[in-house]
Design a protein around this ligand. Sequence first.
Ligand SMILES: [Zn+2]
Length: 368
Amino acid sequence: MIKRRKKSATALMRRSCRVYLNDLNPGKAALLILFLHRCRDMAQYAVDLFWQCRDFSPTLADLPTVHRVRDRFDTTTRLAQAVCKQAKETLRSGKAKGFRYKPRLRRHSVTLYSHFVRLERYAQAHFDYAATLIGSGAPRGLTLPFRSTRLINRRLKDGWRLDATVRLGRDGKRLWLDVMLVKERPAKVAWKRPRVVGMDSNYKAGFVFSDGQHVGADIYERIQTFGKRQKHTFKEVSDLVGAALRKVDWNRIDVLVLEGLKHVKTGRRGTFSRRFNRRLSHWLYKASEERIAQYCEEYGIAVRYKDPWKTSQCCNACLKWDRRSRREDRFRCVSCGHADHADFNAAKNLRFLETVGVYGLGILKNNG
Ligand SMILES: [Zn+2]
């Protein structure tokens, strides 16, 4: 059995990995779908109750509300508590987004804590693990075997462990489990001389680091090759980004300097239409943002954001800027003749901003 997480002060990093329960027999699947339906109805009822009394607080649900949900749906206090928690989270995130109407729960999913589920190794047939529902309001004695995924195996090898909590849900007819992996967050280090690395990214060059690392340069080309035959989706871009960022040696970085504004560069024209390139840069940004944040958390890297203004036109050697210095992906300073890859030059400028402790080049300009 997987050990339950100790309640301690050490911060844990959490990652969820989705596995699809494709090989479930139809009887079990029908039971789960029914259960998910019921959980959705309970959570919606709880949302209604909190909405009525305008309770959007981050605290745990109050007991009278929990009991009302329990009695109305003739379930256990534990399950009522779990769905109330979910309802509160829904309302809180809705409020953060500035909602005006009461949220309607469309997705069918429920978080199952260790009271409801037991996660075990399961070496039968071709399966690796099984989540067994053990009652407390969830259907009792239902075993859900599943195969491990490459991502789960990689994380386990990297010192992550499976948490007792899982999330059960479905999209359309497919049932899934989100398995949680946890690991202690690396302790903050006080560096004497931190290795500061700037990173510039765009859809053409991929990810360019000021310490010389360069990954994802093939993403644009790869998408062009399947662009005609296949409908390119965000999923494909996301996979390419994931594979590229895996190649980065994050151990070489203590402080990562990124562009602060969520702007997407579409300056250079490629073979695709401007509209597609814009979408591609947006995808690239979206797919990389969270992954980079995760790597930084896992490797204890501090992240700094800088103003990207003029960083691609400013010369890293003499700090003069001129838009003529930049031609496509080449940079050649019109003042001092310094030549570099354009994105490499931009990455070094981001690094420079961090080492001199300013937010943007504009500040330097104003001070001469
Ligand atoms: Zn120069």
